[in-house]
Each structure stands twice: as C-alpha cells, then as structure tokens.
Design a binder for this molecule. Structure first.
Ligand SMILES: [Zn+2]
Length: 309
C-alpha cells in the first residue's frame, strides 16, 4: 500500500513537471486573472482607464484592450499601442506590469503626465492571443500564427483570416475616427526570446524611406542604451523575411514607428524599470515633435511672425 502511494505521488509529480511550459520561461497567471488585473487598474484609476472588449477569440474568450486617457475633446490624439502574447508562448510579464507602472508615473510631474494632459492615449493589449496563451502555444486555436496574419498593402498580402487579428484591426481603425481621433505614433508588440528590438520592414531587404528609418533607429538606440539589446530589421537580426507581421501593418497603415520587442528568456521582467524609462523617452520624443510641428504650423499660418525673429 505504502509502495502504491509512493508510486502514485511520483506519477503525479512527473505529470505536473510535464505540464506545458511557456517558451519564454515564464508560465504567467491564467487569462482570467489577467482580465481581473485590468479591472483593478480601472477601479484604481476610474477617471483614466477604460476597458474595451473588442471581440472574442476562436474559443470565445474576450479580446480585451485597456485605454488610458483623459476625457477631453482633441482633434487628433497621439497614441501608443503596446501588445503582448501575439505568440501565446512568449509571455514576458512586461505587458501586464507596464500599464500600472505608467499609470503611477502620471501622478507626478513628468513626460507621462504631460502626455495625458495634452490628450495623449495609451492602448494596452496585454494578451492579443488568449487561446494560444492559455495553452502556451505560439498559434491561436485554429493553429494559425497571428504574426503572419496582417494585411500588407505593399505586396497585396491578405491577412485577417482569424477573429483575433480581424477584430483588433477593425477596432483600431475605429479608434482613429471620431469621437476617439487616435493617431498611432508608436506601437510595440512584445515577443520572446531573441533579446533584440526589430523594426520594419519584416518582409523585404528593402530599407524604410527616410526620415522614417532614422527615426526608428533613434528610438531603438534609446532602447539599446536602457535595455542593453541589439536592434535591426527582422531580416538583419533573424535572417528571414516574413509577411503579415503586426509591425509591417502598423507602419504601412498608420505610418507609426513600429517595433517587435524580442525579450530575453525568463528574465526580461528584471528590466521592467528600464522598460518604463524607455517609454518615458518615447513619450518625450513624441511630445517634442508635436510641439515642433505645431510651432511650424503657427509660423506657416502667421508668416508675419517670422519677421520678428
Ligand atoms: Zn514571437
């Protein structure tokens, strides 16, 4: 009997060890717990946080985004988009920690507070592929890689065959229209585990036109400084040229600065504070450019002002 008990405990332990492990080395909480976490953010910052369930996954799980913004009417709102677990087995725990960190930052004077006070918006999608995340698999429940399922106007590639990508793209487009008026400035999709930051194009060796290439590199340089990682295009870093990636779509569609952040195995969340610093630098860069653009516009509209300088 005692032998049988020992045997059974051993069997159960082996089964537990054999439970699916995430490729990022971080198993992460259940999707339900992550959804509960977003509700805590909304309870703590009711005047800033809006939860939007923009659709359902193949298996019927809610697809959720969290908007952080002040209620005000602004003609064009600069917006940043951050998403995680497009590949369900690449959870870094950054995507679920950053929102609260940035919400805390807006309590004190600084770039984040300034950005929100001027109508800026953060869009967080902690888990883009909840079915894949729950089974710790790369693909969605139909076995499709969602980072190969985005339209690409440049080549005529047709994506959006899956509910997760299709409903997200539709909702993001809606957000660019009234009453939201979002203007996507920077997007970052968090993946694992190369330890590098990638910018477009994914699909070709062809370089981005200027000044877009230099601007992408500028923010990637800052990431390198804070996070000690390499940067380049997907082809330069990984040696392949995939079509249908999120970053090619966002760049092509919205002319945003777009990145895939490839975190490090098991330990990217040790760098959380550096991620916050990188985002503060991105926010400052955007604010500086918006101010410069509006000053240029003022001079164009009132050319007589030029004579005073
Ligand atoms: Zn990935």
């Amino acid at each position: 009997m005692r032998f049988l008990f020992t045997f059974l405990s051993l069997f159960i332990s082996i089964q537990l060890l054999a439970s699916p492990e995430s490729d990022s080395g971080i198993f992460g909480p259940t999707y339900k717990n992550i959804l509960n976490e977003t509700e805590k953010w909304a309870n703590e910052y009711p005047e800033l946080v809006q939860i939007i369930d923009y659709g359902k996954s193949v298996k019927g799980r809610p697809l959720r985004m969290v908007l952080v913004m002040k209620q005000m009417h602004v003609k064009s709102r600069p917006a940043f988009l951050m998403s995680g677990s497009t590949h369900g087995n690449e959870f870094l725990a950054i995507e679920t920690s950053l929102p609260l960190k940035l919400l805390e930052k807006q309590r004190i004077p600084g770039a984040v507070k300034n950005f929100l006070d001027h109508g800026g918006v953060f869009v967080f999608i902690p888990i883009l592929n909840p079915d894949g995340y729950e089974s710790r698999e790369r693909e969605n429940a139909n076995g499709i890689d969602l980072n190969r399922d985005w339209d690409l106007a440049e080549t005529g590639f047709k994506g959006f065959t899956q509910p997760e990508t299709q409903q997200l793209a539709e909702y993001l487009e809606k957000l660019t229209q009234p009453p939201f008026n979002l203007n996507f400035k920077v997007t970052v999709d968090y993946h694992c585990c190369v330890g590098a930051i990638l910018y477009p194009w994914s699909y070709t060796k062809k370089k981005l036109p200027e000044p877009d290439l230099s601007h992408h590199i500028e923010l990637a340089e800052i990431a390198k400084k804070f996070l000690s990682i390499d940067y380049g295009t997907t082809g330069e870093i990984l040696g392949y040229y995939p079509q249908g990636t999120t970053k090619d779509y966002y760049y092509s569609k919205y002319n945003s600065l777009t990145y895939t952040y490839e975190g490090r195995y098991q330990e990217e969340n040790k760098y959380l504070e550096s991620h916050v610093k990188w985002w503060e630098a991105i926010v400052s860069d955007t604010l500086k450019r918006i101010t410069l653009a509006s000053e240029r516009l003022t001079l164009l509209n009132f050319p007589f002002l030029v004579s005073f300088f």
